[in-house]
Design a protein around this ligand. Sequence first.
Ligand SMILES: [Zn+2]
Ligand SMILES: [Zn+2]
Length: 190
Amino acid sequence: MRISWNQYFMTQSKLLAKRSTCTRLAVGATIVRDKRIIAGGYNGSIKGSEHCIDEGCYVVDNHCIRTIHAEMNAIIQCSKFGVSTDNAEIYVTHFPCIQCSKSIIQAGIKKVYYEIDYKNNPYAITLFEQAGVEVEQVYVNDQILVSNEMSEFVNSLLEKLATTLDEEEYNGILVQAQKYFQIKGKKPSL
Ligand SMILES: [Zn+2]
Ligand SMILES: [Zn+2]
């Protein structure tokens, strides 16, 4: 199955989020121009500094101030390497904070795709509207990276469980499995 551009770029951001060094929230951001990835970032420590995953978060006013945000990192990467962000699009795993929203607008980015609602800042929404920046929520199907072989394996395990577990227990596991794998599921044979 061929995935859409939105699925592809958002999956890239979700992958970047897995590089995050902050234990409070893992965010990834991908900047795209003409369907080409020009930069990516995740929330992490400043060069040379300690990581939250090693030292704990540095919390001030209920925010971890040790890290720089994913969107900022991606935008700064463009400035570092001299790549224009004008008219670009950004794919972020979480709705951007107010500071990142302002940077996104000033960088000339014209569209923000995000997956997860996260303290969606009403002032950021206003600023996006005033600047003519489009905002769209994109849901990523997490089954994109699951192979048929993996699904088949889980299916065979479920078939075995269907003969040993009681119905309630089995259905609980089946619902969980169906979230991650393409599985029809069998009724328990008890
Ligand atoms: Zn942190
Ligand atoms: Zn931010």
